[in-house]
Write a new protein. Structure first.
Length: 423
């Protein structure tokens, strides 16, 4: 998921709310409209109408299926939306349904900001078996179900087939490794004088390298910090060396202001997700396909990403909110979201829709294999946002060659242990 220093402000804001005793209050408005319909407000992220167009189509279909319920989308940019949720809740104006960023999920669940979905699931006879493996767990905290998964996905590698063909390089195969990626990236990097005109790889995600090497920044419940383990140090060294030693990927400084190098035709490979496919198909001036991430010591592992959706604890319309949530995460919404917004479904019956989506690449099967065999659940604990935001500045220093992983990661780990109260 995305990380920025701005998220630390949200975590601090949450702590201030608790310290000052701000109550959730009650939801603003009477939850009804003049035409007798129930009004629901759904908090989502997006930068303006263009980004929200697909979501509006999905919710329009819900309203057609359920004419007794009206849905209004309340939006904010990704890095501001959780702050908006906190401020709306503190002001007694909590939205009914909320898109949750997983990094904040445990923090807000601990504060009692979500409705317990257990009774409604029991009444419907729904269990974890009704969703894909691990999807149901993304909405659990402290043995309570506070969210259901609208979609789940993991990263894959996208590659420019034209660049591979021009260089006579074999396309990435399902069993490829870090060594294979480096070899291909070296063959695909083009230098002209003192500048690189084509990189073999865009920017390698350091967190994904940890998963591929059999480790994580923290264990699932945040009781162990593992960012300084030998496997982590090895993984981060490998990522840094792509730029600093091998020159097949740009350094953070070189990458500044360059935008999407892969889409611009300046990198042969990159991390991607289904949210990128439409742009590659419509804007990219090249043939492309995908493959699973390469294997480190632990194999082709990658982080399970997802969109947990919760019902606000203060909603005045819990039945209508549940109707919407169930439709989005288990009902008709699952059958249409793949084609509209490229979202990977969380129920087995809708997987074929994803494969047949308008922008699905030839090797879309790689996504299904990764989802079935190679995803790893990310950490989930209170204060997660605060300690995760301590990592990126250190990674920036490492990737710029100012410090080594062996020097910086143990010091970082000790600071995080102190923050979490781990001896």
């Amino acid at each position: 998921m995305r990380h920025s220093w701005k998220k630390l402000l949200v975590a601090v804001f949450v702590l201030l709310l608790v310290a000052t005793g701000c109550s959730s209050g009650t939801s603003g408005g009477d939850g009804g409209s003049g035409d007798g319909k129930v009004n629901l407000r759904v908090l989502v992220w997006g930068n303006g109408p263009a980004e929200l167009k697909g979501e509006e189509e999905i919710y329009a279909q819900f309203m057609e299926d359920h004419p007794e319920i009206n849905v209004d989308l309340v939006s904010a940019p990704y890095d501001k939306v959780m702050e908006k949720f906190v401020s709306m809740t503190a002001g007694g104006d909590q939205p009914d349904v909320i898109w949750m960023q997983p990094i904040y999920f445990a923090e807000f669940a601990e504060k009692g900001m979500f409705m317990d979905l257990g009774p409604m699931l029991e009444e419907e006879g729904l269990t974890a078996d009704d969703w894909l493996p691990k999807a149901f767990e993304m909405g659990q905290y402290d043995d309570t179900q506070y969210a259901l998964p609208r979609d789940i996905i993991t990263h894959h590698i996208v590659y420019n087939k034209d660049m591979f063909d021009a260089a006579g390089v074999e396309y990435p195969q399902a069993d490829w490794t870090w060594d294979d990626l480096l070899e291909k990236a070296q063959q695909l990097t083009i230098e002209e004088g003192d500048r690189t005109s084509q990189y073999g790889f865009s920017s390698y995600y350091w967190k994904e390298a940890l998963y591929q090497n059999g480790t994580v920044p923290f264990n699932r419940d945040g009781t162990e910090v593992l960012i300084d383990s030998p496997e982590a140090i090895e993984a981060i060294e490998w990522v840094a060396d792509l730029s600093l030693e091998h020159g097949v990927a740009p350094t953070p400084t070189e990458n500044q202001g360059m935008g999407d190098l892969f889409l611009a035709g300046k990198a042969a490979m990159a991390f991607a997700g289904p949210w990128n496919w439409r742009a590659y198909d419509e804007e990219g001036k090249f043939a492309w396909d995908i493959q699973e991430v390469p294997a480190g010591q632990a194999g082709n592992k990658s982080e399970l990403l997802g969109l947990p959706v919760s019902i606000g604890a203060d909603t005045e319309n819990p039945e209508a909110a549940w109707t919407l949530l169930k439709w989005l995460t288990h009902g008709g919404g699952q059958d249409i979201q793949s084609d509209i917004v490229g979202a990977y479904p969380t129920v087995p019956r809708a997987q074929e829709n994803f494969s047949n989506g308008t922008y699905a690449p030839d090797n879309v099967e790689a996504v299904h294999i990764a989802m079935e065999e190679n995803t790893v659940l990310p950490p989930l604990f209170v204060k997660q946002a605060e300690v995760e935001n301590m990592i990126q500045p250190v990674m920036d220093q490492i990737m710029a060659g100012k410090v080594t992983p062996a020097e910086a990661l143990p010091e970082l780990a000790d600071k995080m242990r102190a923050e979490l109260g781990i001896e």
